[in-house]
Every structure is written in C-alpha cells, then in structure tokens.
Design a binder for this molecule. Sequence first.
Ligand code: AKG
Ligand code: FE2
Length: 296
Amino acid sequence: MALSHFPPDADPAEVSDHLRRFGYAIVDDVADAAAMDRLQAEAMPYIEASDAGRDEYDGRFTRRTGALVARCPTARELVMDPVVVGVVSHFLSHVSAVQLHLTQIISVAPGETRQKLHRDEMAFDFFPFGADYHVQCNTMWALTDFTAANGATHILAGSSGVGDDAALNLPDAQAEMDRGSVLFYDGKVLHGAGANTSSAVRRGVNITYAVGWVRQEENQYLACPPEIARSLDDDLLKMMGYTQGAFALGYVGDQTDPLAALRGGTAKAKTIGTVAEFNDNAREFVADIDDLEHPG
Ligand SMILES: O=C(O)CCC(=O)C(=O)O
Ligand SMILES: [Fe+2]
C-alpha cells in the first residue's frame, strides 16, 4: 500500500484532516536542497560526535543528535516552517499553547535492523490519553531521500485509535519521500524506523511538537543555553516554551513572563488562551461548592 502525498502548497487544514484520519500525512518538497545542505553541514560535526544507540529500540547502528536549535541555525527555520506550524496548529487546535517537544537528527546506518513498532505517546509514562485526545504532532524531515531500502519510516496507517492486536493487522507501508519532504505523524500511530539494507546512511530530522501543558521530551531550557536563547527571535522562543504553556503554567518567580525573564525584564506573565472558558469552569466549580451543605 502506498502512502498519500500532498504538494508543498497544500492547505494545512487538509493535511491536518488527513493526519487526524490516518495518523500520518506526507508533504513533498517543503525545504529546498540548499537548506538541507546547510543543515547537514551545520550538524555533521555533532552527528560524528554522537554515539550509536544503547539498545535495540534506539538502534545500535543509529546515531541520535539533538539540541538542534542551539547547534544548527537552519534547524530553527525548520522548527518555525510556516507549512509545518500551520499543520501543527490545526492538529493541536484544542489547546491554548503548542510547544516544541524535541529536535533530533536520526542517522540510520547500513546494517541497522528494523525498529520495533511503537506509539510515541508512550513517552508520557504510558498515560492512557483518550483516542480523540492528541498530545503531540510529529514531523520527520527527509535529510536524505527516504527509500524502502535505506530505512524509510514504517507506518501502520489508521492504527491510531485501534488497540495493539487489531492494529498489527493493518497494512504496513514505508514513508518513501524525497529529500526536503516532511512526514507528519501523530503520537498514537504505530510506526518505527526501517532496516537499512542499502550502502548509505539514512538521515531524518525528527522535530516534534506537543500541547503546552506537558513536560517536553527534550529539555529546551538546557539544550539551548540562555546565551544562545537570548539571540533568538521571540516567536521561536515562544515555541520552545518561553511563554505560558496554558492558563497559568511556566511563569518565573513573581509571575514574571518567561520571555521577559530571559531578556532581563520583569513584565508579568499574561494569561493565555481560553480565559473565558477558565472563568466559566471556575464559576461552575464555585456553584458546586455553594450546593454543599457544609462548604469549605
Ligand atoms: O527514524 C525513524 O524513522 C523513526 C524513529 C522513531 O520513530 C523513534 O525513534 O521514535
Ligand atoms: Fe517513534
């Protein structure tokens, strides 16, 4: 079974709808060859210094290289790419804030075996999020072409809301795509890197986003030290978590806004998102207390 591809000018809402239905979507040619060349050159010293994986899951012939915002200026463009941010914003539109969850170049070397199928959401201590509650939205940028032979990611389309036994009967397909294309996949879909039976390394840039109220998989505040963070744009910093992650999450000290704190200011953090909803919920909660015979 071949997976569906969208053109680079596709409507983000349509890509998001497909992602919601099938657990994945591929958008072709989002980045050009020059951007991929730059990113590869910026990352190569760090890739060479990264160790191979510790176990079968990480991959003993696979190197994982993170902290891409700090290390690679071009990765900052990928994180904030308008096509990607458009799809992610649609897909996670049920929350007040979306944040960067992790950045990682995954280099699968020849000889690597197939990664075990898994759902990325398991990282949250296997918390049983409802089938219709998406906590993350993932991207895999092809830094090299992704082919069946070099380990293109396996996807069990439609497996997101389905129990493991039934899901394993769904057809398996690989996300073959050209360099510069992006695979979107949700946190519930069964997937995993393929075996690399070719003679060249497969490289993917895994950049994932999560709802603003969970702990990030890659600690953005330490992966990108304040000296570097201070040189970045406000929008990127907000995506990294330098903003409130929900109504009242993530302020500094005396309720200082995190972005202001990073820049040495003292402006108060603003409540964000669904303040009206928050007030309604608070009113209902107070009303419930009033109904009690012995309130307080
Ligand atoms: O590298 C890939 O194709 C997928 C990797 C993956 O799913 C993971 O490590 O969680
Ligand atoms: Fe994964």
